[in-house]
Structures are given as C-alpha cells and as structure tokens.
Design a protein around this ligand. Structure first.
Ligand SMILES: [Zn+2]
Length: 107
C-alpha cells in the first residue's frame, strides 16, 4: 500500500456513503475546464469494500452509457437542425430568385 492510500484510510471523512467502508484514494487532479471558471480539485476514491465498488462500477458504466446516448442524440439533433437550416436557406434563395424574376417581368 502506498503512503497516499494510507493517509486516505486514516482520514475519518473518507467513508463510503453507501456501505460506510473506508474509501481508498485513487487519484486527485485539478481541472479548470468544464462549467466552472475556477479550478476544481477532483478526487477519485474507490470503496475498500469490493462488492460495493463493483456496484459503483456498474452504475458508473450505466451513467457513461446514458451520457454517450445523450451526446449521440444531441449530435443527431444538431445534424437535423443543420439540415433544416440548409433547406430553409435554399427555400429563401429560391424565393429570392422568384421575386427577382417577378420584378424583371414587371420591367
Ligand atoms: Zn462502499
């Protein structure tokens, strides 16, 4: 066991919210990208209870999957919107041509 993990295990606040087992610090890093403007310290823990951690992994997988699906939907919607925009601009163009033709006929 590394020093880092030993420290994490000693900390009383690092308890699993689910099974109250000790949490093991996996890694920490600082992230500035994302929603917040301020650097955010991100800490990843895993539960020392293997069964509990497996459940968490499953949930994480589900969460990732649904997030991917959401992104896919958003991408599809963006494509649809882009296609609609193209159609609209084409319609506008043809209407513009039509009105110009009418103007020319008037002359
Ligand atoms: Zn747990």
């Amino acid at each position: 066991m590394t020093e880092l993990v030993k420290i994490a295990l000693k900390s009383p606040s690092n308890k699993c919210f689910r099974c109250n087992s000790e949490l093991i610090l996996v890694k920490t890093w600082v992230e500035t990208s994302g929603t917040g403007k301020f650097p955010q310290k991100i800490t990843i823990y895993r539960c020392s209870n293997d069964a509990c951690q497996k459940e968490k992994d499953k949930e994480e997988e589900k969460r990732k999957k649904s997030l991917e699906e959401k992104e896919q939907r958003m991408e599809e919607n963006a494509k649809k919107r882009a296609a609609l925009k193209l159609i609209n601009s084409k319609l506008r163009d043809s209407k513009l041509k039509e009105s110009k033709l009418k103007e020319n006929k008037k002359k």
